[in-house]
Design a protein. Structure first.
Length: 174
């Protein structure tokens, strides 16, 4: 695996999948068919810190759930694509719309639907428990599993390298 640390200096945009990255990949199905997911609070804190520090945080997921959308919106995330049948198309629409250099994007995915879009970014990453095919193309594999800190790991590392993690706490975020 190629060294990734130097790539963190250039990251301006984080893109995350939901199931298996922001969640542990488990879905609890209620008797009325509702699918419930659990998200890790520290991942949420890190995403909010990233947004408030000027990073663009984008969600591209094949899953579709209003509860997920509301949770992410409450963290200040405005670019949320749920129910995406083609993640590459969604990626291009967002990147082209904001004129983002793909080399400045950190994407975290965990399974085959993320594969092709991960090949387009400067820093493809994944949780420790990602599929082998995704691990094989990742420039960084978190020591954390999806849904339990992998997102916090990559955001915190990026913000620390860029000198923004500790400055985020200066007085206003107790």
């Amino acid at each position: 695996m190629e060294s990734y640390k130097h790539l963190l200096n250039h990251i301006t945009t984080f893109i995350f999948d939901v199931d298996g990255v922001l969640t542990n990949g488990e879905v609890h199905i209620t008797s009325d068919g509702e699918m419930l997911r659990t998200m890790y609070i520290r991942d949420g804190f890190a995403m909010k810190a990233a947004v408030e520090s000027g990073y663009r945080v984008i969600i591209i997921s094949g899953g579709k759930n209003d509860g997920v959308r509301i949770r992410l919106q409450n963290l200040g995330i405005t670019d949320i694509v749920l129910g995406s049948a083609d993640k590459v198309e969604a990626f291009h629409e967002i990147i082209d719309g904001y004129q983002i250099d793909p080399q400045h994007v950190l994407y975290m995915g965990d399974d085959i639907p993320d594969y092709h879009v991960m090949k387009l970014v400067g820093l493809p990453t994944c949780p420790q428990d990602a599929a082998p095919e995704i691990k094989a193309i990742s420039k960084y594999i978190s020591h954390k599993n999806g849904g339990v800190g992998a997102v916090r790991d990559v955001i915190e590392q990026t913000m620390r390298v860029q000198g923004k993690w500790t400055t985020y706490f200066d007085g206003k975020h107790d």
